[in-house]
Design a binder for this molecule. Structure first.
Ligand code: 26Q
Length: 820
């Protein structure tokens, strides 16, 4: 590994010197009395110095060479902690450990004190973070654009088993990783109205007037890749009041009122919306989206104008923009506005520039999660953009749609950018497909369903626009950082090559039957289970045995992800253990981690139910060690790094056709957890890679789900047909767990009275049988370890390095640029 810098020195001594300097001169502290936080900050700053040196070199090389760049637009980045990742990626980990050791400090302890940078909800935000890592690692010139939320995703606590949310002030005391760039501040306009004006030649022109102004202050976070000299940046915008523009209030002598305005302006970047499905129609959310998109586009165009002496029509040659779902899709209308209204380009030329610049990733098939904005709200916040969208729509419906399906109003209604089935709504997904050169799904099955279902008409019109790019995860964090022991064993066994070419993990296949290797592999798993047991005891007060099977479901709480199917099965097991105390069942620890959107009533009810079941099971002397259930609070990136290497079994049990991809499934399998899962999302491809004999697949397929629903699904039939299911569900909704039979009525009602929309009851029997196969397999440790090793060996495809190279080649046409 090559460290990024020579000048500042990368030895332990040089690092120690830098750390001490920061303690004394940056923090004004004494080494003798410096706090843990001081040592952590000083260490980050010493690393940052070295990273900044390399970052400057990357930047000037990119500028001098006039490189093409990708601009990743995302409302979310779930970065987690940065210090350990940066240390390992630049090969400074051991030096930093020694440096701190010489000062009587433990690096490991300091690492644990870093707050997570949790500016995302779940998969989509974490994917963006993995992509940033891979873009730098693969020497691809890139900028990530997003929002500098003052509050990331809420911190979760359980009170009497119920979720309680607390604000997450991740930067209250600043962060050594972010650097303000006040000289690149941007001004953004919102609200106002549009007027017709005539220029000197008598041409009419639409002009956006009045309105309010906001300032965007950029904060840069350097992105260090693995063993690469390319340092890209993540640029996050913070909203500020524009005192120059909104100063009238001051003139009227209303000081307090002026400060109130300022506070309102700052709310724009105050908090991340905690939903991972559309929160419908919230004005502040639209303002957030537009604010960051407008700042980012202006920043990109500034760089284009200063950096290349090219006309704007050449923009697509130098800039690609990737839309992370539809959340930043208003960028399409904004770029049109800039090109047409401000740069005076002809409409058609502007449209062609847009289409050649943007590409769009879809992350969901759930109809309720498709973003739509009421035309009224949209027009009030962005009056000119609404006009532009109407114009795009008219051109589209009267042009290509009319040409392909003449006179077909039904087709027009279904393809329109405006949904008119009850109120008028802007369909952001349609705008995204239409304004982009490529639309991609995130797993093979997902992309097929996009083509066949969600975007079927668009697919018929523009088949070449739709492509699949299966998600991946960065092995640097999800193996190297979270499981350095396994990473070391792999390197010792097959060499370093896998770190740069993850498909080389296949070489481990040859060791699957090697008893010595298998023993070490098993020992590593067990050591992580010992650590996780300790964490469980500290946070949940429950003692667990590392010899039990650790069965984990970690992901956002959603009905479609079916934590309640898992719950029902645990209730069934509990009954079985009570009825049949001598049954030969291998002890299990069920581990849950999940946050529910604060307004998602049923999701919160499921959390309460799991916690209540846990409270009873864990203290039932008849159960003993056979069954433990724990719900670890405040699941996030850092907790995932502890759970994943300790997992034996990975629950990926969504209703087929609902989970676009999943990425936790990849992290867990890579770390040797076997998957129990449906044929959904990336599970399908994981099964292909690891082999059907090394995964536990169950449940209805997408086609069977569709078929069952079209025949008229009745959960009661399954309830009456399956005694175990019936008795488990009845028990759960009795007063047995909390003393109050009404507590889990919402859950029961959703499954029985409201039609069980995600088919838990239909899949229950198949799930229970798959779980029985798991139990049998785990009783044979040799066999289980062999399967686990084969999972690790065969997960190479799911590296985000592969994913990002595929985007670079198939979508962005983006060459790698080696920074010497
Ligand atoms: C939208 C509008 C208003 C408020 C919130 C939102 C919003 C925010 C986040 C909607 C959706 C999300 C996040 C979606 C998400 O995480 N999707 C997941 O993306 C992963 C990466 O591709 C996939 O692996 C998962 O299958 C998918 O669920």
């Amino acid at each position: 590994m090559t460290p990024p810098s020579s000048d500042l020195g990368t030895s332990a001594e040089a690092l120690e010197h830098s750390i001490l300097n920061h303690i004394r001169f940056t923090l004004g502290a004494y080494p003798k009395s410096a706090s843990d936080n001081d040592w952590w900050t000083a260490t980050c700053l010493a690393v940052r110095d070295r990273v900044m040196e390399a970052a400057t070199r990357s930047r000037s090389l990119h500028r001098d060479q006039g490189v093409r760049r990708v601009h990743y637009f995302s409302l979310e980045y779930l970065m987690g902690r940065l210090l350990e990742n940066n240390l390992r990626n630049c090969g400074l980990y051991d030096a930093a450990r020694t440096a701190l050791q010489n000062q009587g400090r433990s690096l490991e302890q300091l690492l644990e004190a870093e707050p997570d940078m949790g500016l995302g909800n779940g998969g989509l935000g974490r994917l963006a973070a993995c992509f940033l890592d891979s873009l730098s690692s693969q020497n691809l010139p890139a900028i990530g654009y997003g929002i500098h939320y003052e509050f990331g995703l809420f911190r979760q606590e359980f009170v009497n088993g119920r979720q309680v949310e607390h604000p997450d002030a991740w930067v209250r005391d600043g962060s050594p990783w972010k650097i303000a760039r006040p000289s690149y501040r941007q001004r953004v306009k919102l609200y106002g109205r549009v007027e017709n004006r005539f220029d000197d030649a008598g041409n009419s022109k639409r002009v956006w007037v009045d309105g309010k102004c906001l300032l965007g202050l950029p904060w840069d976070i350097p992105i260090v890749g693995y063993d690469s000299h390319t340092i890209n940046v993540l640029r996050l915008w913070q909203a500020q009041a524009d005192e120059d523009f909104n100063f009238q209030v001051f003139n009227e002598g209303s000081y307090i009122e002026a400060l109130r305005e300022k506070a309102i302006a700052e709310t724009v970047s105050k908090v991340l919306y905690p939903n991972d499905a559309t929160e419908s129609g919230k004005e502040l959310r639209l303002v957030q989206q537009y604010f960051f998109v407008a700042c980012s586009l202006a920043d990109m165009l500034r760089r284009f104008k200063n950096g290349y002496s090219l006309p704007l029509r050449e923009l697509p040659a130098k800039a690609a923009i990737q839309l992370n779902d539809t959340h930043p899709a208003v960028a399409i209308a904004e770029l049109m506005r800039i090109l047409v209204d401000e740069e005076d380009l002809p409409w058609d030329e502007a449209w062609s520039i847009c289409q050649r610049t943007f590409s769009y990733t879809n992350h969901t098939l759930l109809p309720e999660a498709l973003e739509m904005w009421s035309v009224g709200l949209f027009g009030r916040v962005l009056p000119r953009h609404l006009e532009i969208i109407y114009q795009i729509n008219a051109d589209f419906l009267n042009g290509p749609v009319e040409a392909r399906w003449p006179g077909d109003d039904h087709k027009k209604r279904s393809l329109s950018l405006i949904d008119e089935r009850g109120g008028k709504f802007v369909r952001m997904a349609h705008l995204s497909v239409l304004g982009s050169h490529h639309t991609n799904g995130v797993a093979a099955l997902h992309t097929r369903l996009l083509q066949e279902r969600l975007f079927n008409d668009f697919h018929q019109l523009f088949p070449e626009r739709f492509v699949n790019v299966t998600n991946g995860v960065t092995f640097h964090r999800w193996l190297d950082v979270c499981n350095p022991q396994l990473a070391a064993l792999i390197t010792e066994s097959i060499g370093e090559g896998w770190r740069k070419d993850s498909t080389q993990l296949r070489k481990l296949e040859a060791l699957a039957d090697n008893a010595a290797f298998a023993q070490r592999y098993r020992d590593i798993k067990r050591s992580h289970k010992v650590v996780l047991s300790r964490i469980i005891e500290q946070t949940c007060g429950v003692k667990t045995s590392p010899d039990a099977l650790f069965d984990v479901q970690i992901k956002r709480l959603h009905e479609y992800k079916r934590q309640h199917l898992n719950l029902l099965h645990i209730v069934a097991l509990y009954r079985e253990i009570l009825n049949n105390p001598n049954a030969d069942f291998h002890p299990r620890v069920f581990v849950f981690g999940a946050k529910a959107a604060p307004g998602y009533y049923l999701a919160k009810n499921i959390i309460h139910a799991i916690n209540s079941l846990a409270a009873k099971v864990n203290h039932d002397p008849r159960v003993g060690d056979k069954l433990k259930v724990v719900f670890l609070p405040n699941y996030g990136v850092s907790l995932a790094e502890k759970i994943i290497p300790a997992a034996d079994l990975s629950e990926q049990i969504s209703t087929a056709g609902k989970e676009a991809s999943g990425t936790g499934n990849m992290k867990l399998a890579l770390n040797g957890a076997l998957t129990i899962g449906t044929l959904d999302g990336a599970n399908v491809e994981i099964a292909q890679e690891v082999g059907d004999e090394n995964i536990f697949i169950f449940g209805l397929t997408v086609e069977q789900v569709t078929d069952l629903k079209s025949r008229g699904y009745n959960p009661w039939e399954y309830y009456w047909a399956n005694e175990t299911l019936r008795e488990s569900l009845d028990w759960l909704s009795s007063d047995a767990f909390t003393g109050n039979a009404a507590d889990f009525k919402p859950l029961r009602d959703s499954l029985l009275e409201h039609g069980d929309p995600y088919l838990c009851l239909a899949d229950f029997d198949s799930y229970a049988k798959a779980q029985a196969r798991v139990d049998a397999a785990y009783k044979d440790p040799q066999r289980w370890t062999r399967m686990a090793i084969l999972n690790t060996a065969r997960m190479g495809f799911f590296s985000s390095d592969r994913t990002i190279l595929q985007y670079a080649r198939e979508i962005w046409d983006l060459p790698q640029v080696i920074v010497p």
